[in-house]
Design a binder for this molecule. Structure first.
Ligand code: FMN
Length: 374
């Protein structure tokens, strides 16, 4: 829906309701998926109940942090998993708390691929990928923390089918945990993105080479997950223009467009894309590149993310560039972000030093609300 410019003064576009297929959203301000590294032993923790419920509004849409789909999926310490029954049970009270406040909550399904280390892998094995070339980047995805990545092991054609099945099982688990749906993490240089991008994918079988071949595994994941839980509960996140984790493509526009068009075949709920201006996960730059061709090509709900503030969020929705806008750092630091946007109130500043620390309170659930009783 496009909101006319003259109405913008009365209802800011971000605050207009939106029907996302079966889900009735009361506004368009989405909690972006954010790993907070506080899920000790790969288990979602009770302190996440408060964190997510603080950020829940009646009819608000939240995307959970990246959750590993199998024992080879993890790439960092203390990220949650969704492949064991114990992990499913750990998520349940968190999902319940979000539902009690009327939120709609999706689980982000993640496989790190080569952006991992032997220490996170079963029996200290190398991480898996479409390639055996290691990440050359000397920093983690945040563009700051030092990193050195081991050489991955190239998956066989047969093993790729098994990884597709891991995503399918993880989607089933997420539904069992009570989530309303899942977002497939196809962005930011992790496994799915490694297959998509021609600067990483050097395969010579049906999963490498042409655009069609590089998109085969990602689309097989989409198909399997949609088949398992229903297409109207499935979204995907993509970052065709980004090169995080040393994962770039020579023609990102063609890649993004091909994916947007191909996704229509599966009738999934939404496509969530990172803006081309995000040169690292946290820095924005001016660019002529745009997500508009992909927005126009994709038939479902289109979500954008990356560097948005209130004004730009209102503008992109009002002009029809997106249906919803996901906010990362602003939502991290402002648990009542929709309320603050409604009032055009001052925002808390985020503290980058505590993004990825393990404290269950500090930098996690201690950002203040505007009103003392939320
Ligand atoms: C602490 C932190 C953790 C993040 N973890 C994830 C993640 O698990 N999955 C993901 O797709 N993106 C992740 N991101 C990226 C955000 O979803 C978002 O795309 C990015 O922060 C840019 O949006 P912003 O400018 O609104 O913060 C993370 C960002 C931050 C700040």
């Amino acid at each position: 829906m496009t909101i006319s410019e003259e109405n913008m003064d009365f209802i800011p576009a971000l605050l207009a309701p939106y029907k996302m297929s079966n889900f009735s959203l009361s506004h368009r301000i989405v909690l972006a998926p954010m790993s907070r590294l506080r899920s000790y032993n790969f288990l979602a923790q009770p302190h996440a109940i408060l964190y997510y419920s603080q950020r829940t509004t009646q009819g608000g849409f939240l995307i959970g942090e990246a959750s590993g789909v199998s024992e080879t999926a993890q790439g960092y310490l203390n990220t949650p998993g969704i492949w064991t029954q114990q992990q499913v049970e750990a998520w349940k009270p968190i999902v319940d708390a979000v539902h009690k406040k009327g939120g709609i909550f999706f689980c982000q399904l993640w496989h790190a691929g080569r952006a991992s280390d032997n220490c996170f892998q079963p029996d200290g094995q190398p991480p898996i990928s479409c390639t055996d070339k290691p990440i050359q980047a000397k920093t983690h995805i945040d563009g700051v923390t030092e990193a050195s990545f081991p050489a991955p092991r190239r998956l066989t054609t047969h093993e790729i089918t098994q990884v597709v099945n891991d995503f399918r099982k993880a989607a089933r688990n997420a539904m069992q945990a009570g989530f309303d749906g899942v977002e497939i993490h196809g962005a930011n240089g992790y496994l799915i993105d490694q297959f998509l991008k021609d600067q990483v994918n050097d395969r010579t079988d049906e999963y490498g080479g042409s655009l069609e071949n590089r998109c085969r595994f990602p689309l097989q994941v989409v198909e399997a997950v949609a088949d398992e839980i229903g297409a109207d509960r499935v979204g995907i996140r993509l970052s065709p223009f980004a090169d995080y984790n040393d994962c770039a493509d020579s023609n990102p526009e063609a890649l993004g467009l091909y994916m947007a068009q191909s996704l229509n075949k599966y009738g999934i709920l939404y496509c969530h894309m990172i803006e081309p201006r995000m040169i690292t996960q946290f820095e924005s730059q001016k660019t002529k590149n745009s997500l508009l061709p992909m927005r126009k090509a994709f038939k479902g709900t289109f979500i954008v993310a990356g560097g948005y503030n209130r004004e730009e969020g209102n503008e992109v929705v009002a002009k029809g560039g997106a249906d919803l806008v996901a906010f990362g750092r602003l939502f991290l630091a402002n648990p009542d972000l929709p309320r603050r946007f409604e009032l055009n109130a001052v925002l808390n500043k985020y503290d980058r030093n505590t993004f990825y620390t393990q404290n269950p309170v500090v930098g996690y659930t201690d950002y203040p609300f505007l009103d003392p009783t939320p």
